[in-house]
Write a protein that binds this ligand. Structure first.
Ligand SMILES: C[S@@+](CC[C@H](N)C(=O)[O-])C[C@H]1O[C@@H](n2cnc3c(N)ncnc32)[C@H](O)[C@@H]1O
Length: 152
């Protein structure tokens, strides 16, 4: 058992769990004012992108998948394990997204392209560093490329 407290909430952006066209969405990640001051964000604005770790809190426990399923329920795509896809109904319900950083203002981090709904609890924000990207060429199956075609 691990107990975590969100560091922030997503404020603004989309309210409905629609899966595509996230690229132009802007949202604010607002730090918990009871625990943080702007000092926690000092220097973040020197980065162009951030990685955001969040919780799919609107996914109910009984929706969570443990084994293989067709991504988005599409039978044209192969059944793959929950850890071979990025579905929200996953154990621990954790999402991870790299977003463009628009700005930092007090306890607010404004981002573009965060695919988290308004009110989503945020567990962590990290600056994106190129050296932490894959250091060898990346590959992926065709179904993943098709699924992502309209995502951003
Ligand atoms: C497919 S997941 C991918 C998230 C992240 N990019 C990742 O790979 O971990 C993103 C979808 O989760 C849904 N979603 C976002 N925030 C949510 C929340 N708080 N509760 C439930 N579903 C959420 C949205 O419909 C969004 O399209």
């Amino acid at each position: 058992m691990i107990t975590m407290f969100p560091i922030a909430s997503v404020v603004g952006g989309r309210r409905d769990p629609i899966d595509d066209d996230w690229g132009d969405e802007t949202a604010t990640i607002r730090l918990d004012k009871a625990r943080f001051t702007p000092e926690s964000l000092r220097g973040l604005d020197e980065f162009s992108h951030v990685e955001v770790v969040f919780v799919f809190n609107q996914v109910r426990q009984n929706e969570i998948t443990l084994d293989a399923r067709h991504p988005r329920g599409n039978p044209a795509w192969p059944k793959v394990g929950i850890f071979a896809q990025r579905a929200k109904a996953r154990p621990n319900r954790i999402g991870l997204t790299t977003c463009e950083l628009i700005g930092v203002d007090g306890l607010d981090v404004v981002v573009r392209g965060l695919d988290a709904l308004d009110g989503t609890p945020v567990l962590d924000v990290k600056p994106y560093m190129a050296e932490f990207a894959p250091r060898t060429p990346t590959t992926q199956p065709q179904w993943a490329t098709e699924l992502m075609a309209g995502y951003w």
